[in-house]
Design a protein around this ligand. Structure first.
Ligand code: ADP
Ligand code: MG
Length: 382
């Protein structure tokens, strides 16, 4: 069962005497389509999933933040007067978010609280962005700060980039802040404009964790980024988002083969993402599935960020008759795939895909049938 507000309040009562004043939650996410397009100023279409980080809190007057992590079974404290970076541990996400909010000029109120979550860690569902946005929501409600999801997402991203030291784009924090129940969000990563796109009835989003992780993701990621930058320079544009397929077809062959393939992925993926939003709005699930499959092929063959495990998972998913489409999701080399599946067959799909993947690879996968939920929100006030 997913985490419920009364369970969160109960945890608070056990750790601190009395009731929490507020309960907030911020979800993890999965990206339906639009991969490796964010740092090319392009389009992504993630959804906020029904797995989240929750904070129950009660403001305090002494500018201290005392938080008990239920999942780590550990209490940590810090003062808002004196933030120091200790380089490791879950509390750094709260500190980094506090730093980022204060650096942007917000006056923060301290609080005591508990944090608990069910976003699997390091699986590619962005538990870190969920924790940053839950923290931002907690400070916003405690200190009566204005809540603008896009502004807060940028401050969360800044915490992750500058305090944690992870070079992520804006997608994770923005979808965690601005997600909408039963919708994906088409995000223009240049303007940060978002458009909710409704899921048609009768469809499930299934996250398929390969249970494989690869260490070299960071260097491969940085390499892809610089290949994209040099392609953009070649086309004399700010980012690959500004290159149409026509222009690419006319002059792209002057690029070296590898850079050409990288650019081709980004340019076609941007088109697929916009087409996917259209297909979803029209309720054309088959068309949406085909676009997801093409996205996977492009990531596998042109961008070269898939892996044997991810390919095996996608193959296992597509073998089920209820699957409209499937693709790797996230940075790649391991982690998760995402599939679009007929809702009435989602459980059967999960069972059979798990068995087929295990048979093919010997790995034990984790499978999550998800719903699209709201972004960061105050769930209840006592
Ligand atoms: P992900 O891909 O899930 O974002 P990261 O390595 O970026 O993986 O972030 C995971 C980190 O976020 C954990 O190591 C922990 O510090 C923090 N975190 C995630 N979930 C929780 C939780 N439920 N409680 C406390 N900290 C959490
Ligand atoms: Mg993360």
């Amino acid at each position: 069962m997913s985490i419920q507000p009364n369970m969160v309040a109960e945890h608070f009562c056990q750790q601190f005497d009395g009731q929490p004043e507020w309960i907030v939650r911020a979800p993890g996410r999965v990206n339906l389509i639009g991969e490796h397009t964010d740092y090319n100023d392009g389009f992504v279409m993630p959804l906020a999933i029904d797995r989240a980080i929750w904070i129950a809190l009660r403001p305090r007057a002494d500018r201290r933040v005392a938080v008990h992590s239920i999942d780590y079974n550990e209490r940590q404290e810090f003062s808002l007067e004196d933030l120091t970076d200790e380089k490791a541990g879950w509390i750094e996400y709260l500190k980094g978010t506090a730093w980022s909010l204060m650096d942007a000029g917000h006056q923060l109120t301290g609080f005591e609280g508990i944090v608990v979550g069910d976003v699997p860690l390091g699986a590619g569902l962005s538990s870190s962005a969920a924790l940053e946005m839950a923290t931002a929501r907690a400070f916003a409600v405690a200190g009566d700060l204005p809540w603008d999801p896009a502004v807060m997402a940028k401050l969360g991203q800044r915490a992750e980039n500058r305090w944690i030291g992870v070079n992520c784009g804006i997608m994770d924090q923005l979808i965690s802040a601005a997600g909408q129940a039963d919708h994906a969000l088409l995000i223009d990563c240049r303007s940060l404009e978002t458009q909710p796109v409704p899921f048609p009835e009768g469809v499930a989003i299934v996250v398929l964790d390969t249970s494989t992780r690869r260490g070299l993701v960071d260097s491969a990621y940085n390499e892809r980024r610089s290949q994209c930058e040099s392609a953009a320079e070649f086309f004399k544009v700010k980012a690959l988002r500004d290159v149409e397929l026509d222009l690419f077809s006319q002059v792209g062959h002057d690029l070296d083969d590898v850079t050409q393939s990288r650019a081709l992925h980004v340019i076609t993926e941007n088109e697929r993402t916009l087409q996917a939003a259209e297909a979803m709005r029209r309720g054309e699930l088959a068309a949406l599935g085909v676009l997801m499959n093409k996205s996977h092929e492009s990531l596998r063959d042109d961008y070269e960020v898939s892996s044997d495990a991810l390919n095996a998972m996608v193959e296992a998913a597509l073998a089920h008759e209820a699957c409209y489409g499937a693709r790797m999701t996230g940075a790649g080399f391991g982690g998760c795939a995402v599939a679009l599946v007929r809702l009435d067959a989602a459980d059967d799909f999960a069972t059979k895909t798990e068995a087929a993947y295990k048979e093919a690879t010997g790995h034990d996968p984790a499978i999550y049938v998800c719903r699209a939920t709201n972004g960061a929100e105050v769930v209840s006030a006592q």
